[in-house]
Design a protein around this ligand. Structure first.
Ligand code: ACO
Ligand code: OAA
Ligand code: MG
Length: 291
């Protein structure tokens, strides 16, 4: 089944009340974090909590992703193996390199055999948040057939680049464009970095529009209050749906007349415009906006 992945809501893996309510917050996916939202002294306790939550809590049809620690940290390998055994939908690999993705893939293959899970059923979401990761994104995606999407992590990326992270986000224009294009090339999802200021509604909306306009397919959230706004902006607008429907109707008419190119509202319509219209209709259907 093709899934909508407009929002991925982060929550600290050591917060039982957040984990308990994770399936009813409206996000398409939740990311149960074992990495930066969990202090070093809480790492083992959080792993146990996340493992038990995946086993016991009903998340309804929300996709469940666990963000594991870097493999070099002394926690990451244990995270991958122990969380893999309770069958999350995916593991998120932090500061990913191609070797990390291969290693996590091998661990999951072993776990799936030992636990009797379907081969390849646990997916991988690499986090691109280093200059190395950004410049090697294709090899990272190709490192495992389990990779279903990329999350861009702008806080760590800008720290690695030694540049400032700003409200406007001009500094991540290249990274967003590169992640969007690479993901499109491999037909996987491109999820944008979260917006940290939960009270800056104007800045947040602008940030989501920018991300959508560059080809990202969804956005991470850090607070349930951010979810609806992301869904609204990522959904095709009424005007987009109306135009797409008119393009498709006009195309059907043109086809009857044997024309590959025609005009609508005085503008040329040919194959790429039709493909875009079909894509808008597909997204609108997935979001339940049309039948
Ligand atoms: C750069 C990175 O690595 S980002 C990824 C790692 N970061 C995270 O995981 C942080 C996730 N977010 C959070 O922990 C919190 O939203 C904070 C700390 C940023 C703000 O917390 P608060 O000030 O308590 O937020 P707020 O007042 O909006 O919370 C309202 C309710 O939503 C809950 N809530 C807030 N954030 C989340 C979340 N991410 N997931 C689930 N529930 C949440 C709160 O527990 C609270 O519930 P309650 O009313 O039952 O007590
Ligand atoms: O995953 C994210 O988008 C958040 C993150 O780790 C970062 O920005 O470094
Ligand atoms: Mg990070």
């Amino acid at each position: 089944m093709e899934r909508l992945r407009r929002t991925m809501l982060f929550m600290p893996g050591n917060n039982p009340s957040m984990l308990q309510s994770a399936g009813i917050l409206g996000a398409d996916s939740i990311i149960l974090d074992l990495e930066d939202a969990v202090s070093i002294t809480e790492k083992d306790a959080a792993r146990v909590l996340v493992r038990n939550a995946i086993k016991d809590v009903d998340f309804y049809d929300t996709e469940v992703v666990a963000r594991i620690n870097p493999l070099s940290s002394g926690f990451g390998l244990k995270d991958a193996e122990e969380i893999g055994r309770v069958k999350p939908d995916a593991l998120m690999v932090t500061k990913a390199t191609e070797e990390d993705v291969s290693t996590v893939c091998e661990i999951l293959t072993k776990v799936e055999i030992e636990e009797g899970f379907e081969a390849g059923s646990i997916k991988i979401f690499p986090l691109i948040e280093t200059a190395y990761g950004l410049e090697n994104i294709h090899s990272i995606i190709k490192a495992s057939p389990r990779v279903i999407g990329i999350l861009l992590g702008a806080e760590d990326l800008t720290a690695d680049l030694g540049i400032k992270r700003t409200r406007e986000g001009e500094e991540i224009f290249y990274a967003r464009s590169k992640v969007a294009a690479a993901c499109r090339a491999h037909k996987i999802d491109a999820i944008d970095t979260p917006f940290a200021d939960m009270n800056d509604c104007k800045g947040f909306a602008k940030d989501i529009h920018t991300s959508k306009s560059l080809g990202m397919t969804g956005k991470a959230a850090i607070n349930p209050r951010q979810v609806d706004t992301i869904h609204e902006i990522f959904a095709p607008s009424e005007e987009e749906i109306d135009y797409a429907q008119r393009v498709i109707r006009a195309m059907e008419e043109a086809q009857k007349e044997g024309k590959g190119v025609f005009s609508l509202d005085g503008k040329m319509v040919d194959a790429p415009i039709i493909a875009r219209a079909e894509n808008v209709m597909k997204k609108a259907k997935l979001a339940g906006l049309i039948k």
